[in-house]
Design a protein around this ligand. Structure first.
Ligand code: C2E
Ligand code: MG
Ligand code: MG
Length: 880
């Protein structure tokens, strides 16, 4: 009884304190809210403007690159205007470029304004042949080199920003104008999700973009008759009548009033890319509660609620305990019901907590051949083939929720294909992951069955049979950019397209995520496989329209023929798959390759290589070479860095080049161990050189995508730096574009972590992959390495010269330093230095050197630098 009274008194006291603090903070906040709101709104507008400007600058660079592309220059050269070859090449490249940069249209106009080529293959209304010289962005680009112009499309009836850039030849003669149109939605994303209204306004107050769709293309305040007339004539708004929202300024222009006399605070920031335009943010001051700014008020309110609740709880007392017991029973029952449900499905279900299995269903027991008791407390990774563990761990860590294919391992060690679809959840407050597992042996069985039938028929009819193994190129990109639903729809469309192109007798089987198997029956001289394959490629390359997006795809085809390349379903399938992989490896992405016996020999060689590589580390067969990288100061080379390159001298196979064994190390997962060794060796060596007084050069280490995907990579890197004592800012990691295409989100996170640790980052082999400029913008790179293929061909191929020039300009625009790889002639060096390339690496200057030779080069360079400094000092003294 006594305790009750004390508690009650305490609660009443709390309420009193809470009430008083609410009153106090209300008074305080009323005084400051006005100033703070205004400040906040202004800051929001400024931040929005910065974000928009960054995006606009990025697209300006995209457009300037498009204007400098070799395909653009070729098709726009007057002598090539009628060439079908140049036209087709430019069209294909423009389309790829357009998709990669998420633009809606990319086209090239002649100096007279006629559209020569656009990216879309077969649009309903083609722009080609039409003259758009009247468009302001065309004339502006001709006059001012480049333009940014916002407009509402006359034909498309959609808002967009047009980026124009003059196309010039070597002699600065105008060849035309390159135009990139970007849908407004690409920019509008930065406006979304904010409270209040965020707007992009033209000079007269017309809202061109907003997070309130109903306000778009109205003017914030009334337009004069002359302004309305101008809007119609300049076609910026395609003749629209612009209604107004009826806002007006209060006399001191501090806020806007709407037609209901409600006041909105405003923050505005001008845009440099669109002169006269501004970003505006509006906030209704009455909506912005004075409490919102005051933490004390919120805390007090919570305190008040807590007091009342504790009073109620005190009264409710025992009754609640009883109910809790009932709730727990209900929870148990629902778990039992859930268990019963999971037993009904034919898919295996495994529930695990950070890899340790805590529950399973009957189907899972059957798939893996293990009882529930055996499964529970087992590591889920033990149920997978070793090569698949890294993928599964990565997907778990990134919370990936879509189905993906890997290999499972049964009790007896049998490896089988399986599909996992997993989702994070909570069980009794503990984070768990529920995995649905499908045994894909069945779908392989389906292929095998159909193949056996087909082989049987072919044997009877004395016909040939062709098996196509088709893998779509970079399909993941579509899922990542536009969502998985989009990817699914795209796959359905592709399946339909393939079906339509095949005869009734042929079979099409979807074989995992983005892989297909086609069995072509009755292949003979009159009906050769090749024509039919080429037709499939053509159909696939044709644009398809999904959600107003023009998609063009490609796939790599591997072909095996019965009876030439095998007589069993297993052999044929394996060989077709091998042919596909070989085709891709040889740079034949988007094309096809027939299986040949050499491939099989190569596969065996690779297998042997892999076996040998497994022992390379313990046998001490790996070593590091260092290729110097120079800068030029007063025409004197200065050693600034070295690229660390691994060498393998196998006792069995002799010297094996990294081009040969690195891909094998990657596909077998050995790269993780080897890569760590390389990093550790390099850092220790770097630290030794630093201790010897060589303190002003960097070491660049190549890192493979597979290494970066390891969760432990960052920890390992930090550990190596710590134990070796090599300063992080002297280390640079070289990363190829491939990694960025494969995994956008993850790559962004890991690269930022590396950057935060002080280590520098370089994008390697730039220009060989998709080279989307957005990668450079999105990820925190310090250096760009132009691939040696461009540097090598520069002297023969003018377009490569232009490309290198554009790359350097663009990199500098983004504050990146440029390293040219593979400099072999003084002509190349000269051209690169004219373009203000920052660093040079190549056989002209030095081949990769073994440690001792590189040390000599280091000493030499130190002596040179000292001499130069002395000479400079002497010059200076003489001058004085
Ligand atoms: P990369 O990273 O682009 O390395 C540059 C390659 O270009 C090296 O070949 C280098 O010897 C070669 N090179 C440099 N200057 C010239 C030149 O003037 N002319 C010619 N023709 N070639 C030149 P290398 O050492 O055979 O390495 C090939 C690739 O193997 C590397 O390309 C890199 O992708 C990979 N690699 C090499 N070492 C490592 C490593 O330690 N770790 C990883 N993950 N990959 C490595
Ligand atoms: Mg490299
Ligand atoms: Mg490279």
């Amino acid at each position: 009884m006594q305790i009750r009274t004390i508690l009650l008194t305490l609660t009443l006291f709390c309420c009193l304190v809470a009430g008083l603090s609410v009153l106090f903070s209300y008074h305080q906040s009323q005084m400051t809210v006005l100033a703070r709101e205004e400040n906040n709104i202004n800051t929001t507008a400024k931040l929005l403007a910065v974000e928009l400007e960054t995006a606009l600058n990025n697209y300006r660079k995209v457009t300037s690159t498009m204007a400098a592309m070799s395909a653009t220059l070729s098709v726009m050269a007057p002598e090539n205007r009628t060439s079908q070859h140049h036209y087709a090449q430019a069209k294909a490249l423009l389309n790829k470029f357009c998709i990669n940069n998420m633009a809606s249209l990319c086209y090239l106009m002649s100096p007279l304004g006629e559209v020569i080529v656009e990216n879309r293959a077969s649009p309903e209304q083609s722009l080609e042949g039409k003259n758009y010289a009247f468009r302001p962005y065309f004339s502006h680009s001709l006059k001012a080199e480049e333009t940014v112009y916002a407009a509402f499309g006359i034909t498309t009836r959609q808002r967009g920003i047009y980026f124009g850039h003059r196309i010039t030849d070597q002699n600065n003669q105008t060849l035309g104008v390159a135009v990139v149109k970007v849908p407004m939605e690409n920019f509008e994303r930065s406006l979304a999700g904010l409270s209040g209204a965020s707007l992009l306004l033209d000079p007269e107050g017309v809202i061109f973009a907003a997070n309130r769709s109903e306000w778009v293309l109205s003017s914030l305040w009334p337009l004069s008759a002359q302004e309305q007339a101008e809007k119609k004539t300049n076609l910026q708004y395609a003749g629209l009548h612009i209604a107004d929202l009826g806002f007006r300024f209060n006399p001191d222009r501090h806020y806007l009033l709407n037609n209901k006399e409600q006041a909105y605070y405003i923050g505005a920031a001008p845009l440099q890319n669109l002169p006269g335009w501004q970003v505006m943010h509006l906030q209704d001051p009455h909506q912005a509660s004075p409490f919102s700014g005051s933490i004390i008020a919120v805390v007090s309110l919570l305190f008040l609620v807590a007091c009342i609740t504790s009073l109620l709880l005190f009264r409710v007392g025992m009754g609640d305990l009883k109910r809790r017991v009932t709730a727990e029973e209900e929870l148990k029952n629902s778990e039992i019901r859930l268990r019963q449900l999971t037993e009904l499905t034919s898919e295996g279900i495994l529930i695990h907590h950070q890899g340790t299995i805590i529950d399973s269903n009957h189907a899972a027991e059957q798939i893996f051949g293990l009882s529930r008791e055996e499964l529970i407390d087992t590591d889920i990774w033990q149920l997978m083939a070793p090569e698949s563990v890294a993928t599964a761990v990565h997907n778990m860590q990134s919370g990936y929720e879509r189905p993906y294919d890997i290999e499972g391992r049964r009790r007896d060690g049998e490896i089988f294909p399986m599909q996992i679809c997993a989702r994070d959840s909570l069980l009794r407050g503990k984070g768990i992951r529920v995995c649905c597992i499908r045994d894909l042996t069945q779908s392989q069985k389906q292929v095998t069955d159909r193949l056996s039938q087909a082989i049987h028929i072919a044997r009877e009819d004395h016909h040939q049979l062709s098996i196509l193994y088709i893998d779509l190129d970079n399909f993941k990109r579509f899922n990542d950019s536009w969502g998985h639903d989009f990817g699914d729809r795209l796959l359905t469309v592709i399946t339909q397209k393939f079906r339509a192109a095949l005869s009734d007798k042929d079979s099409l089987i979807r074989f995992g995520g983005d892989e297909f198997v086609v069995i072509l029956q009755h292949v003979d001289q009159h009906n050769p496989a090749l024509t039919r394959i080429e037709q499939l490629i053509r159909i696939l390359n044709e644009d398809c329209l999904i959600d107003d997006r023009n998609i063009s795809l490609s796939a790599t085809f591997g072909i095996a023929t019965y009876p030439e390349h095998g007589s069993t379903p297993k052999a044929l399938l394996q060989n077709a798959e091998l042919a596909m992989y070989r085709c891709r490896e040889m740079g034949g992405q988007g094309f096809y390759a027939f299986y040949n016996n050499e491939m099989s020999a190569q596969a065996k060689y690779r297998l042997n290589l892999e076996q040998q590589l497994r022992h390379a580390l313990e046998e001490d067969e790996l070593s590091l070479h260092y290729q110097p990288v120079y800068s030029y100061l007063h025409q004197q080379p200065r050693l600034c860095a070295a690229e660390v390159l691994v060498r393998w001298h196998s006792k069995e196979l002799g010297m094996v080049g990294p081009d040969q064994f690195i891909p094998i190390a990657e596909s077998s997962g050995l790269i993780v161990e080897i890569g760590n060794w390389i990093l550790r060796e390099a850092c220790h060596q770097g630290a030794i050189w630093a201790a010897q007084g060589h303190t002003d050069f960097r070491l660049a280490v190549n890192i493979s995508p597979r290494q970066l995907q390891q969760k432990q990579f960052i920890d390992a890197l930090k550990q190596i730096l710590k134990e070796s004592g090599f300063p992080p800012n002297r280390l640079c990691l070289e990363i190829t574009e491939g990694m960025l295409i494969e995994d956008d989100l993850f790559a962004g996170q890991i690269l930022s972590q590396i950057k935060a640790s002080g280590v520098h980052l370089a994008i390697d082999d730039f220009g060989t992959g998709y080279s989307s400029l957005s990668y450079l913008k999105r990820y925190p790179f310090d250096y760009l390495k132009i691939d040696r293929s461009f540097v090598m061909d520069m002297e023969q191929d003018d377009s490569h010269q232009q490309l290198v020039k554009a790359c350097i300009l663009m990199a500098h625009g983004l504050s990146l330093k440029v390293i040219a790889e593979g400099v072999e002639t003084s002509g190349q060096l000269h051209y690169l230095s004219q373009q203000r390339c920052d660093f040079y690496q190549g056989y002209l200057l030095s081949k990769p050197l073994a440690r001792a030779c590189f040390e000599a080069e280091l000493e030499n360079s130190q002596a040179q630098t000292a001499l130069m400094a002395e000479a400079e000092h002497a010059d200076l003294s003489a001058a004085l």
